[in-house]
Design a binder for this molecule. Structure first.
Ligand code: PRP
Length: 186
């Protein structure tokens, strides 16, 4: 892969920093209201959800605990989902009896969350909901009920704010569209 360029490789900004800030504040307020009477456990799915999680947790004004999982559905620079989900890092603590919200950066085919929901339900939480920043419904292979959704986006190759191509571009502060020639699809 050639050296990534954080400006030249971006075709357009799909979701700006300002739009992200407003949406995260809105989601944080909803979660704060919905879980006002019970402690909330956020389970962040690394690596893509890292910036979203960091901003979202600070937009939540009620007590919460945090756990991290890392799963992988895509291998290296492959842009199509394989349907294979691997747990690279598991929960650190039990979620039995807890009110859990999974925090994801993007739902694409839905295969990752479909697997994770089944896996986490097996650990007997009191409740289990999904908060996803981006929803790409055009690519969905399995039905997923998204309880807290940020933006519904078209079927473009998006990077930034945690999302990567070949592990790069995660540090962009906005959601951008990658130029097709960068991933060899021009
Ligand atoms: C991305 C994203 C979701 C999953 C969504 O993770 O964070 O977990 O893909 O795709 P799906 O709906 O088609 O299953 P990825 O495996 O790329 O790992 P990363 O978060 O470390 O980038």
């Amino acid at each position: 892969m050639r050296t990534p360029h954080l400006v030249d490789d971006i075709a357009e900004v799909l979701v700006s920093e300002d739009q992200l800030r407003h949406k995260v504040a809105e989601l944080g307020a909803r979660l704060s209201a919905d879980y006002a009477s019970r402690p909330l456990t956020l389970v962040s799915v690394l690596k893509g959800s890292l910036p979203f999680m960091a901003d979202l947790m600070r937009a939540i004004t009620i007590p919460l605990t945090l756990d991290l999982m890392e799963v992988s559905s895509y291998g290296g620079a492959v842009t199509q989902t394989s349907g294979l989900v691997r747990i690279l890092k598991d929960l650190s603590a039990s979620i039995e009896g807890k009110d859990v919200v999974i925090v994801e950066d993007i739902i694409d085919t839905g295969l990752t969350l479909n697997y994770l929901m089944r896996y986490l339900r097996g650990k007997n939480p009191q409740s289990l909901k999904i908060c996803a920043l981006l929803d790409k419904p055009a690519r969905r292979l399995v039905d997923i009920d998204i309880d807290y959704r940020g933006f519904s986006i078209p079927d473009r190759f998006v990077i930034g704010y945690g999302l990567d191509y070949a592990e790069f571009y995660r540090n962009l502060p906005f959601i951008g569209v990658l130029r097709p020639e960068v991933y060899g699809a021009s």
